[in-house]
Design a protein around this ligand. Structure first.
Ligand SMILES: [Zn+2]
Length: 427
């Protein structure tokens, strides 16, 4: 087989504006600029169409020619990650490490996979091991330090976090340097919570703001923590995921109380690349935790506020009718079209709720969770296909992209999916 460079998948997304530093997992295809085996390009084209299985079949034929081709082994890991089959992805990265024990990309992917699935101890060990490799370029070192800093923050080791983030200064990667700077600021804010009341449960490390502790006594806080732990376990089971954690969860009286620590105007947010759950005492037991699970359950989450919010509503423990509000909107002629929900995502998650909650619940009730999740994980790959952009006008062909996204999992075009859902709501 001729020598080729394969297309690396990066673990951060560059779209849409505003989400760039905040995304979780989802891969991006990037050419290394060197000559590429045409069949590899074919595999990448398939992935852009959401046909990851087709790409895997191609990689399998490459492997038939050379079972120890480490680039193919790593590509297979990345492809299974894109499918959301994280256990299989892990196995392929480990097979690559058997061939080349100090393979940089395999180690980076594996470390990130551990981190994204809440396996912090293993993630830390992998990134520390990576830093012992010889001749690492500053970018690789920098991203390992960023990840070690993030883990240290989650575990409350603020001095170590600060050292890790400082070590990113030499990196040529602007994104990593910006993340490190943000991490240092987060560390400064989180240090202020060191003396706050805390309760640990098997999966959560819960920290109460002084305002919350003053208003609710120890017994009430224990009950609150018990309900969140139960919600986390129930939601993990519903999704079929196991994220050991513990997940840090900060509880505030309201958004104003939260701001000085979270630096977010609203605790209900679309940002989750850091393992921090900000919440208000009075919110539904599961909802803010659902955001972590919905973001990570299949290795990434779509850059679609509507689909993510909808899955969170389906997951959380709120048992009210998910379609009640949507029916009202449809009757009043005020439901946005699915293209519109995706073309302009300047709305808040609270605004998204009525349409999103009903739409996702409908898809899961009608087509099953697995079919829905297939479209959910296909979203980013298909969304990034350059084909959808009309060069002359700069416009994005949302209807075509969404059709391909829904076909990949639900097996329906956009028009079919939308018509069925609206007919159900009118029914
Ligand atoms: Zn939400």
């Amino acid at each position: 087989m001729q020598k080729y460079r394969f297309l690396f998948l990066l673990l951060s997304l560059g779209f849409p504006v505003g989400f760039a530093q905040e995304d979780v997992g989802a891969p991006r295809l990037l050419s290394t600029g060197e000559p590429i085996d045409e069949r590899f390009e074919d595999a990448v084209r398939k992935r852009y169409r959401g046909d990851v299985r087709g790409a895997i079949a191609l990689y399998d034929t490459f492997l038939g020619e050379n079972p120890r081709d480490v680039a193919v082994l790593v590509s297979l890991g990345a492809a299974y990650w894109e499918l959301g089959e994280l256990k299989t992805a892990e196995e392929w990265f480990k097979k690559a490490q058997v061939v080349v024990p100090r393979h940089i990309k395999a180690s980076q992917f594996l470390g990130k996979l551990y981190y994204d699935t809440g396996r912090f101890r293993e993630a830390k060990a992998e990134f520390e091991r990576l830093l012992t490799f010889e001749k690492l370029v500053p970018d690789v070192k920098g991203s390992a330090h960023v990840n070690l800093g993030k883990i240290a923050l989650v575990e409350g080791r603020y001095r170590d976090a600060d050292e890790q983030f400082r070590a990113v200064a030499d990196s040529d990667d602007n994104g990593d340097r910006a993340t490190a700077e943000k991490g240092r600021m987060m560390g400064v804010r989180l240090r202020r919570t060191l003396l706050w009341e805390r309760i640990s449960t098997p999966h959560l490390s819960i920290v109460f703001s002084p305002g919350v502790s003053k208003a609710h006594n120890q017994a009430a806080r224990e009950q609150w923590a018990k309900e969140r732990e139960a919600a986390y376990v129930a939601m993990s089971k519903k999704l079929g995921v196991d994220m050991p954690g513990p997940v840090p969860m900060y509880v505030f009286a309201d958004n104003v109380d939260a701001y000085s620590i979270s630096n977010q105007e609203d605790v209900h947010s679309f940002r989750y690349s850091w393992w921090f759950v900000w919440t208000e005492w009075g919110r539904d037991a599961g909802h803010d935790l659902a955001h972590q699970l919905a973001s990570r359950c299949r290795g990434s989450r779509p850059a679609s506020q509507m689909l993510v919010e909808g899955l969170c509503c389906w997951l959380d423990t709120d048992s009210s009718d998910p379609h009640a509000q949507a029916r009202g909107l449809v009757r009043a002629g005020k439901m946005r079209s699915l293209v519109d929900w995706h073309a302009d995502q300047s709305y808040s998650l609270d605004e998204a709720r009525a349409g999103a909650e009903s739409f996702v619940a409908y898809l899961i009730e009608r087509h099953g969770l697995e079919s829905f999740l297939k479209s959910y994980v296909a979203y980013n790959l298909v969304r990034l296909n350059p084909e959808w952009k009309v060069q002359a006008t700069g416009q994005y062909r949302w209807a075509d992209a969404l059709t391909e996204i829904f076909r990949a999992g639900i097996g329906r075009s956009l028009a079919e999916v939308e018509a069925e859902w609206l007919a159900f709501l009118r029914g």
